[in-house]
Ligand binder design. Structure first.
Ligand code: SF4
Length: 422
């Protein structure tokens, strides 16, 4: 099937990022795959009913690949291989399975091809350079007829041109990649930019003026930030950080939702989120993919820069942020249709959540300092949820962002998460 409108594909241009599938099967254990009509047709023609019974499940009006009681895909074989792939080949699989870890985020000028850090190979930076996947990605894009130009906004009323989006992305990427500035300052600067740009009106700051503004802001950051030293986060800000981290971990499975019913599922989520906000006692169980720890033990874990693997952690954090910005996943269709400033704020909060969760993961493993494996686990969970979990694009999340915009909240929670600043 050909796309209804032609939109050029732009694969993530980040030479430091590599990927090839190493068949670990993590994505088949972890994701719930929604099926398109074309996928359902393919599955029917493969006649699985005879051997496996019903391989799809309906939930709230949509069809998904069925899962085993442990949440893994019904087609997952021993050793991590896919049964559809083994019997019928790669192109016989549902499109989402073929595409992962790549994803499409169209704006008005191009469909950006980003990459998900929920994939173990992407996190570990293993495999081939990304442009070598372009032929396959192009084939898959041709099977997505709804891949058409999408509008992206600078504020509620101002639509961004592709050139403006590119200049914002380049300015941010230049800041994040700037090794002359310590990473802690770069993350603080990202949070500061998120706070400053939100609420601004861009009607008169267009084209070259926007480019000038972004360059001026980014160049001023090293002098500006020390004039406004970041203060320890307040209790309410810390509670908001823990709650934000909770919503990035939350992962209801269809089987579980059907078993407990809608009302109990909502009440359960509310109680768990309250427990995270309170931050005392033991962290509520978050499924078998995230270990539990005592909140007090998390506070005891030293900061990420104290990690013996800080250099590798730094490389990962920078690669993740750059891949998010350059892969079109920070705003617009790549992030719930949010405007550019709202997306920058969300990115800063996502980084803060990943740093806090890395310390939570270290606490669960009884490590005094976070290790690279803790940060990988944390970024994997946060990136898995971002742009995908509906509640992160909800009004409640937008309110959380609004709360963090005042009183230097975003900078404070980023520092609290990264440095354990008390
Ligand atoms: S998580 Fe990544 S490496 Fe593992 S099976 Fe999925 S795509 Fe392949």
């Amino acid at each position: 099937m050909q796309r209804a409108a032609t939109i050029p594909l732009q694969i993530l241009s980040l030479p430091s990022q590599r990927y090839s599938c190493h068949g670990c099967g993590n994505c088949c254990r972890d994701f719930t795959v929604q099926l398109r009509d074309a996928d359902l047709e393919k599955l029917r023609s493969q006649d699985w009913e005879r051997t496996l019974g019903d391989v799809t499940v309906e939930f709230r009006g949509r069809r998904f690949l069925a899962q085993r009681p442990d949440g893994a895909c019904v087609f997952l074989l021993e050793g991590g291989k896919c049964r559809i792939h083994a019997e019928f080949g790669l192109e016989a699989k549902p499109l989402a399975c073929q595409l992962f870890p790549f994803n499409f985020a169209p704006d008005a000028g191009a469909a950006h091809v980003g990459i998900s850090f929920a994939c173990a190979s992407v996190l570990a930076n293993q495999g081939a350079p990304l442009p070598t996947h372009m032929r396959e990605v192009r084939r898959m894009a041709d099977a997505v007829p709804e891949l058409v130009p999408v509008r992206t906004f600078l504020d509620d009323a101002t639509e961004a041109t592709p050139e403006e989006l590119q200049c914002v992305a380049e300015a941010l990427d230049g800041w994040i990649a700037n090794k002359a500035v310590p990473l802690l300052v770069r993350i603080d600067g990202l949070a500061w930019l998120g706070q400053q740009l939100s609420g601004a009106r861009f009607t008169k700051v267009r084209g070259g003026r926007l480019q000038e503004l972004m360059q001026t802001l980014v160049q001023a950051l090293p002098q500006e930030l020390p004039l406004h030293p970041v203060q320890p986060a307040t209790r309410a800000q810390r509670a908001t950080l823990r709650q934000a981290a909770f919503f990035r971990l939350e992962d209801p499975k269809i089987g579980e939702l059907r078993r407990v019913g809608r009302v109990r599922a909502i009440v359960g989520q509310y109680l768990r989120s309250r427990a995270f906000a309170k931050g005392s006692g033991v962290m509520p169980a978050m499924g078998d993919r995230w270990p539990s720890a005592d909140f007090a033990a998390i506070d005891e874990v030293r900061s990420l820069p104290d990690s013996p693997e800080w250099t590798a952690c730094e490389e990962l954090l920078v690669r993740w942020m750059r891949a998010t910005i350059l892969g079109g996943r920070a705003w617009g269709s790549g992030y719930y249709g949010w405007s550019v400033p709202a997306g920058i704020q969300a990115l800063a909060l996502n980084v803060a959540c990943a740093c806090w969760l890395a310390r939570a993961h270290a606490a669960a493993g009884r490590r005094a300092e976070p290790a690279l494996e803790d940060l990988r686990a944390a970024i994997g969970r946060v990136d898995r949820a971002c742009g995908r979990a509906p509640w992160l694009g909800s009004r409640a999340e937008a309110m959380r962002m609004r709360f963090l915009r005042v009183d230097d909240g975003l900078r404070r929670v980023a520092a609290a998460a990264l440095l354990n600043l008390d």
